[in-house]
Design a protein around this ligand. Sequence first.
Ligand SMILES: [Zn+2]
Length: 58
Amino acid sequence: MIEKTLKSIEPFTSSAEKNSRFCIGCGEPATKLVKYSTIGAIIIEKYCDKCADAIKQS
Ligand SMILES: [Zn+2]
């Protein structure tokens, strides 16, 4: 598994983003972009408010 570091959690900035994905944690509609930095790359995952908050607090 690739080591990744939480970089930022941002709200979606367009309705297109809102309609494009579901939360990968629970399957609810996603509202947040969670960015991780890894060696040489940024990974963006989509989460709902609840799961994004859980990530922030972990
Ligand atoms: Zn969720």
